[in-house]
Design a protein around this ligand. Sequence first.
Ligand SMILES: [Zn+2]
Length: 362
Amino acid sequence: MKRIISDLFEYSGQSHIPLNSKQLTVRDEVKNKIINGLYKQEERGCLCGSKDCVLIAKTDRYGLPLDTVICIECGLIRTNPKLTEAAYKDFYCLEYRDLYMGKEYGSIKNYFDDMVLRGQEILNILLKKRVGIKIEGSDILEIGCSAGGILVPFLESGARVKGYDYDQRYLDYGKQRVLDLDLCYGGVENLKEENRQYDIIILNHVLEHLANPLEAVQLIKEKLKEDGVLYVAVPGLTNLEYFFSPTKSFLGGLHIAHLFCFSPQTLVNTLEGFSPVFIDSKICAIFCHDAKGQISLRFPKKNGYKEAINFINQYEYNHIYRFGLFLAFRIIIYKRDLLRRIYRIKRLVSSKSITHIFSRNN
Ligand SMILES: [Zn+2]
């Protein structure tokens, strides 16, 4: 079924966010690989098992030719078809960082510093929302830790920390910046070989990148202590902070590396065996094992389709409204400049004619 949100969501090959020259080069390389079939794509159903979906976009924010659909049965938004596992492996090795990082951070150092601040925010959320949580002496694990910046405030608070990531350059940088950071090459599948359990597991903007989040959730469940907590943050449907589009269209949230776009409801649906202790509209959430759930009855698993569609429609309406205001503002500024210019020309002409009259009389 096809119901593209608006013409903006059709494929045009144009980027919908500002890109620097490096990003443009990388974007074109990825685009050619997709069009020429070097990056193969494959169909896949929703995490709920359904294949009934509505096509809502044929492009991502970079102007890459990717289809996004929403599941009718549960409301989860996913890329379909998606790149194959082999294509994603190459993409993450060759293009991901340059495509993603160009605009926002510029250097590993800036990114690391930013992540340390993010780590402090996460620590504060955990202390505030999970009464009685102890950081000192606890075991903390972060999957997809990049250079490990988020783990620094936990380490400084006396916790034992461990992080996994596939970017060796970022891991090396983190280990060189903070010697006590235990950072390893790998991902969630490395947990299969671990016999250690953790008090806090952090998934900061990771779940949306995983091809098989349900398997990851089960592995994490096994490695989380009975009274442990899982911190999850995703750039999702109601999280405007990560929509880099200047006019803040929902399109800004569609990104080749994001296989899913969650709402608070579809995130709750995905985390099978967990109950939310806290979840906000920015989709920062704390979960604990189902049996220990505090608000699971207030936030049951259900179909989030209508809610998601309503949000997108409302958001795009607001986007058009904002864009209209932006245009009106530009016209006012332009007209004011135009009037000023006319006024200046008139003054120039009249002063010249006065000079002319004056010189003629003399
Ligand atoms: Zn579904």
